[in-house]
Design a protein around this ligand. Sequence first.
Ligand code: PLP
Length: 417
Amino acid sequence: MPLKVALDQDPQLMAILRKELKRQRFKLEMIASENFVSEATLRVGASVFTNKYSEGYPENRYYGGCENCDELETLCQTRARKLFGCEHVNVQPHCGSSANMAAFFSVLRVGDTILGMRLDHGGHLTHGAPVSFSGRLFKTEFYGVREDTEIIDYEGLLAKAEATRPKLIIAGGSSYPRTIDFQKFREVADRVKAYLMVDMAHFAGLVAAGLFPSPVPLADIVTTTTHKTLRGPRGGMILCRKTLAKAVDEQIFPGIQGGPLMHIVAAKAAALGEALEPEFIDYQRQILKNSQRLATHLTDAGFRLVSGGTDTHLLLLDLRGVNLTGQAAETALDKAGITANKNVVPFDRQNYCVTSGLRLGTAALTTRGLVEKDMDRVAEFIVDALRHHQDESFLNKIRLRVEEFTQGFPLYPNLEF
Ligand SMILES: *Cc1c(COP(=O)(O)O)cnc(C)c1O
C-alpha cells in the first residue's frame, strides 16, 4: 500500500512528512554528518522487522520467533566484517553514542581515565565532554591540534598520555578534516599500555572504500555510525578483535540496550550490501573530488580553511578573517537554501552558540549526483550568500536559484506523498 493511502486518515502527520521531503529535495544538504540513503535502504528500514523483539544475538535469543532475525543479523554481520576486514562486529547499537558507551564499558570501569580529542579542536561530545555521559562517568584528559598547522599534535598526545596514564585513548572526531595517523596513536597507546579506540563515525565510508587509512588493524575497538559517509540508516556499529567480542556484545545487550531495532539492522544490511559494490568506491572518490573542488573555490574566494584544506568529505571554514560568525553564516546559508552548521574552530574565542566556523560536507550532495562542475555552482551560491549575508532579498534570490538547481538532481523520484 502506498504511504499516501496509508496516511489518508492522518493528514496532519502527512503534511509534516511532505514538508520534510520537500525540504530535502529543494535545499542543498551540506551538513557533514548527513547523507541520503538509497531508496532500497529507506524502504527496508520501514519493514515488518519493526514489529519483532529479538533481545540477544543470533542463535541465542530471549524470545521465540527469531529465526528470520537470526538470518538477517548474521547477514548484516557478515557484510560488515567483509567490508571492514574485522574479526567481530556488533550491528545492534542504536546510534554512534550508544556504540561509544558500550565500547567504553567493555574495557573501562567508572572512574577510569580516558584521553580524547578536545571538542573545540574537532573531537566529539562522547569523547569526554562534561555534558556527556563520557565526561560524567570517567576522568577525562584531552589532546588537540597544533596551533600552527591545525594538524593533530602527536607529540602533545604522547606527552599527555605519559603524564596522565589513560586506560583508553580515543582517536577520531566530528570536525577534523584531515587524515589521522593511527600508527602513531597505536604507538602512544602501547607506550602507556592503554587501549586504543577509533571512532570512525564520519569517515567510515572512506575507510570502506580504501580512501582513508583503516583503523581496523591497529585499534582494539572501532566504533562508527552507519548514517554519515557510510550512507546507511541512522545507527551505529562496533568492530573489534575476537578477544573483546564477548565484552562488547554484553555491554550492548544487556549492558545498555534492550531489543535491537531489527528493521534498522535490515537497513544496515542493505546499505552494507551497497557499500560492497564497486560503485561505492566511485561514490567515495567523487565525494573527495567534490570537496577538493569546493575547497579550491572557497580558498580562491578569500576564505580560510582550517588546516589549509581537507583530506575528507568535510571542510571547516574559519570565518575570523572575514568578520563573520559561524552563527551568522549558518543563518545566511539557510536563507539561501543551503543547510550547514556553525562549528567551533581550534582556538576559537567565540562561544559554542556563536562560533567562528562553518562546517561543510559533500557526502549528501555527492549522493544526489553532483560532480565537480556542479560544485562550481554550489561554491558560487555559498560565496554569494556569505558575502551578502545581511541582504535578505539577495539571499532569497539565491534560494530560488538553488531550488531550480536542485531539480536537476531528483531525490527519491518514486516517493510520492
Ligand atoms: C556523529 C558522531 C557520533 C554520534 O553519533 P549519534 O548517532 O548521533 O549518536 C559519535 N562520534 C562521532 C565522532 C561522530 O561524528
